[in-house]
Design a protein around this ligand. Structure first.
Ligand SMILES: [Zn+2]
Ligand SMILES: [Zn+2]
Length: 744
């Protein structure tokens, strides 16, 4: 029987060719009806039988354009006053001033566009800005909503008549493609050498020449600039390291295609899926043997991405793999403006490949890895932002969550949607602070966000906190604090819609409620209430904040605590230190130094990463002891005997691989023991693991296994990073539960 149905779809369904796709699908199925853009997505009305509706929905979900994302789909039978249309039509968007909530992230060039780009007969032959309604830049070029060309940086480029006719033809792939352009009307590249010579013609072939001769090239892409060079030229790689002041930190690679990647790295099916996804993140893969030691020294992983815009494909035509590292000064976000790049990167790059389309919202490449078949974000940025994270509760307030400082990401909440910003870097750098400020303004405009509550970290010295306080004052908003590690736990709870759990937060450093530095914490969380139920025995941080860069200083602190004798000057240093920490990140540093793996962090997490790398050579033949001390209803982990045992075994020449493996296993056993004790006390079976330390694949995997084997349900971050990028989400969920608890 013929009925009429109304479908409402929320998600990324605008700016990705969704409406033409739906119209075509309805046409194929001979269904009458219409589709139109609405505030939160699209609305479809269909006149058909129930069976036909089922087929339609089934195919909709399977065949939808790759970059689109359905977050919510509701369907109801309706009575329509208007008659049934003849065929299926796309209704013009209603201009009712409402803001469309979801704009897509930047999308890698699609296969159809690629085919055109490499077809000599096509009018877009070798045109690096080729895109269509299914692909191309989105978030990085948008200023305001609605997502229309005049409100993007494409407004500078007057569309030509041929592009215009594609734009207005419902049967064309470029129907309503706001970024549509061609060599006649669109942006263009040119090459500029270090000496200031400009080559508007043959820019790409000249650029390739430079790469082939061992030069370093600064290339403007989608989210900003890359520095690119040939990874097989040792001298070039060393020059890049020297000029970038980056002695050991791994560089990411961009490889021509998936086959090329498989020549030097192991690729699981999950990893392959991520590599080829329209978001095109850098995926941390296991190296085959000892390849690319100079690119990623001392680790068994290599970060690889596939090309995601025309210029990348052009540059990779002759060289199959390129180093593609952020074009930035150490610590800063990547450069996005031509003049800025020239100022900052001239001493590094031999030439610039500039283009004349402005990048409004700069985004670093995202970085992910796969652990136990699940995605773990190391950095969530280009290709993912501004996708929302749906929350399990809804707030009557609008929230601004300032996040943390070291890996800053802020987030807004409207209703039950969390809007995380892109990765904005370390806020001790002025450029990053400026970008943070700029992006708060842009997010407020883009998504109509005007907070009446501001949530900040407790750290009195954080820039994000200072800014949060300022915003709260300016807007007359309420200011709320959320402890750093508590926020980590809530971030995982939010993703998995949990209301209670045992929370384990391991990370570098965060400000504790008692004024000490936390980082190895166990909580029992129930709704908005949390109790700290365990921690690692605190040791001092010799030299204060400096200790984070000096694993050898942390080793000294642990040795002193374990009662080992020290050289007099070291003992003095430890005794002079006043700040204490329970940080597992610092513990990793100490052990890496004790095992002679790394005495200095030239980049954040270096010692821990190398310790993990070495552990893959071990195999569980050594067990390390640990102590648990009951401390007024909570548990303190005492590792003094562990440290002494590590030294004894090292003297007996047990391999560092074996010891490193044993150390990881020890931590997993500590987690299990405390979780069991807490379960006995409060009958809680859900465990959330969060914090930067859980980016460690081996530790995460061990914890998951050991806990699951004992009947726990283990939850980790999959939509935001477990590191400090995830803090803002946790701040949001913490406040929302608190707000709800108060209402009840
Ligand atoms: Zn395309
Ligand atoms: Zn054109």
């Amino acid at each position: 029987m013929q009925k009429s149905y109304r479908l409402r779809i929320k998600g990324i369904v605008q700016g990705v060719g969704f409406r033409p796709f739906v119209a075509k699908l309805a046409g194929k199925l001979n269904l009458n009806g219409y589709i139109e853009n609405r505030e939160m997505g699209v609305e479809i009305v269909l006149f058909c039988a129930e069976k036909e509706l089922e087929t339609f929905l089934h195919r909709l979900k399977i065949e939808k354009p790759a970059p689109s994302k359905i977050l919510e789909l509701s369907c109801e039978e309706i009575k329509t006053k208007n008659g049934e249309p003849d065929g299926f039509i796309i209704k013009a968007s209603k201009k009712n001033g409402e803001i469309t909530a979801f704009i897509p992230p930047d999308i890698a060039i699609c296969n159809n566009c690629l085919k055109e780009m490499f077809n000599p007969e096509n009018r877009r032959y070798l045109y690096p800005f080729t895109n269509c309604s299914h692909c191309g830049p989105r978030f990085s070029i948008i200023k305001k909503l609605p997502y229309d060309r005049p409100l993007t940086t494409m407004k500078e480029f007057l569309i030509c008549s041929q592009c215009e006719s594609e734009y207005t033809d419902p049967d064309d792939r470029r129907y309503h493609a706001q970024t549509n352009c061609c060599p006649e009307c669109g942006p263009r590249y040119w090459l500029e050498t270090e000496e200031g010579k400009v080559f508007p013609e043959e820019a790409v072939s000249k650029a390739i020449d430079i790469l082939e001769k061992g030069g370093i090239l600064a290339v403007k892409g989608i989210g900003g600039f890359h520095l690119m060079c040939d990874p097989y030229r040792e001298s070039t790689v060393q020059r890049l390291r020297r000029l970038k002041d980056r002695p050991f930190k791994p560089f990411a690679l961009m490889a021509r295609d998936i086959e090329t990647v498989k020549e030097f790295a192991e690729v699981s099916s999950e990893e392959e899926e991520l590599l080829v996804a329209p978001s095109r993140p850098i995926v941390l893969l296991k190296k085959k043997k000892d390849v690319f030691e100079a690119i990623a020294p001392g680790t068994d992983r290599i970060g690889v991405m596939l090309p995601y815009t025309g210029i990348h494909y052009l540059l990779l035509r002759r060289l199959p793999v390129l180093i593609a590292t952020s074009g930035n000064l150490s610590g800063e976000m990547l450069c996005a403006e031509n003049r800025e790049a020239k100022e900052k990167l001239s001493h590094i790059s031999d030439a610039f490949l500039f283009h004349n389309r402005e990048i409004l919202n700069r985004c670093d490449d995202s970085v992910v890895k796969v652990v136990d078949g699940k995605k773990v974000f190391i950095r969530r940025s280009r290709g993912f932002v501004p996708e929302i994270v749906p929350l399990p509760v809804s707030s009557p307030s609008k929230l601004f969550c300032a996040g943390g400082d070291l890996k800053s990401v802020f987030g807004y909440v409207k209703g039950n949607a969390f809007y995380p910003s892109q990765y904005l870097g370390d806020l001790q750098f002025k450029l990053n602070q400026d970008q943070y400020l700029l992006m708060t303004g842009r997010f407020e405009k883009l998504f109509d966000l005007n907070p009446d509550v501001v949530v900040v970290d407790m750290h009195p010295g954080y820039f994000s906190r200072w800014l949060g306080e300022l915003i709260a004052e300016q807007k007359g908003a309420k200011l709320v604090e959320c402890q750093h590690h508590v926020a980590h736990v809530y971030s995982a709870m939010a993703e998995h819609r949990l209301e209670s759990c045992i929370g384990v937060a391991f990370d570098g450093t965060g400000y504790g409620t008692d004024g000490t530095i936390w980082g190895g914490e166990f909580f029992f969380v129930e709704r908005s209430h949390y109790h700290r139920k365990g921690w690692f025995r605190r040791v001092v941080m010799p030299g204060g904040e400096k200790a984070a860069k000096k694993p050898d200083l942390m080793a000294t602190a642990y040795l002193f605590d374990a009662g080992m004798s020290l050289a007099l000057e070291k003992e003095k240093l430890v005794q002079a230190a006043s700040i204490k920490t329970s940080s597992v990140g610092r513990l990793f540093d100490a052990v890496a130094s004790l095992l002679e793996i790394c005495h200095e962090n030239t980049y954040e997490g270096e010692a821990a990463m190398k310790l993990e790398g070495v552990a893959s050579r071990g195999g569980g033949r050594v067990f390390l002891p640990f102590g648990l001390v009951d401390s007024e209803g909570a548990w303190e982990v005492d590792l003094r005997e562990t440290i002494r045992e590590i030294l004894r075994l090292k003297e007996r020449r047990v391999s560092i691989g074996e010891l490193s493996y044993a150390f990881h296993h020890l931590l997993a056993r500590v987690v299990l023991e405390i979780c069991k004790k807490l379960r006995d006390e409060i009958s809680e079976n859900n465990v959330c693991l969060s914090g930067g330390v859980f980016q460690n694949s081996l530790l995460l995997s061990m914890c998951r296994k050991i806990l699951s084997d004992s009947g726990f349900f283990v939850y980790t971050n999959e939509q935001v990073s477990p590191n400090d990028e995830g803090i803002a989400l946790g701040q949001a969920y913490f406040y929302m539960l608190k707000e709800r608890d108060l209402r009840w």
